[in-house]
Design a protein around this ligand. Sequence first.
Ligand SMILES: NC(=O)c1ccc[n+]([C@@H]2O[C@H](COP(=O)([O-])OP(=O)(O)OC[C@H]3O[C@@H](n4cnc5c(N)ncnc54)[C@H](OP(=O)(O)O)[C@@H]3O)[C@@H](O)[C@H]2O)c1
Length: 304
Amino acid sequence: MKKILVTGSNGFLGQKIVDLLASNDKYDVVALSKGPNRNPNQANYAFFQVDLLDRTQLTDFLSAQTFDTIVHTAAMTSVEACEADQATCQLLNVDLVGYLGAYCAKQQTQLIHLSTDFVFDGKKNAPYIETDLPNPQSQYGKSKYASEQVLAQSGCKYAILRTILVYGINADPNRSNLVLWAKGKLSQNEPIKVVNDQWRMPTFVDDLAYACQLAIDREAQGIFHISGAELMSIHEAVYQIADYWQLDKGLISEISAASIGQAENRPRQTGFDLTRSNAELGYVPTSFTDALASIDNQFKTFGR
Ligand SMILES: NC(=O)c1ccc[n+]([C@@H]2O[C@H](COP(=O)([O-])OP(=O)(O)OC[C@H]3O[C@@H](n4cnc5c(N)ncnc54)[C@H](OP(=O)(O)O)[C@@H]3O)[C@@H](O)[C@H]2O)c1
């Protein structure tokens, strides 16, 4: 049985990973987050409330037990928050990763770290491969690229899973994403403005959680691109969401990224070549339409 620590277990991805691993006897799961446990599923794992930026709390926690793998999802994930508070962004997204890398090197623990398409500038026609040169345009992207470099120098066994525009549903009603936002607004007959000049390969959160499990099982090392396989503009994605739930597309209007100040700090076009993650992890993404169908079912599971 592998003992797995999931940091950021209250987060969008963190809750999915905990649910996935805790339902499998192969794993002894320990979940850690800054706030009290917000996952209504509290079976088959242990939860610890730890502020990862409190070095005393963190070292006390890490000296009390050892892990085969740490899946590190905790981060400052908002582009705007990283711009507004660059010092905390550096501490959480970079310095902490260096600390965990050194700990994992010493303990022979595998570290699975999450990174982002925002390490790229979006000027190349997608898809990006793992060895393309990053050129981040935002503090968030810069911090994530710096975290990748810190890990490369740490001497630990690490896998970095870069991902793109994650969508899906978990039990937390406070954590939104493109699909829940668009469906929610259109269902209330509220008009929405959607960017038509940014292209992404959106990633189903269930696929990403499963990719983390594959990385654990295969003891993956190096950088892996994990996303959906379909390149679409944000506007096209929202049209598909409206189509799926038969909502009024007349409520959707198109705007440019520049008009809402997103042209400078968000890449115009990203998308990943999945050859490596498919060959080495066995990763196969769910199609966007199938993922919407799965989310539709999960609304009932999560009582929403
Ligand atoms: N979501 C996306 O579209 C996307 C895209 C590309 C990459 N990623 C990467 O994927 C990873 C997971 O993203 P996500 O969307 O799941 O993030 P999220 O929902 O924002 O969750 C992050 C979690 O980190 C925890 N955390 C923050 N500061 C902490 C601290 N000082 N100590 C302990 N825990 C702390 C928070 O816990 P509490 O809630 O308990 O405070 C939060 O729930 C991140 O590394 C992100 O950069 C995400």
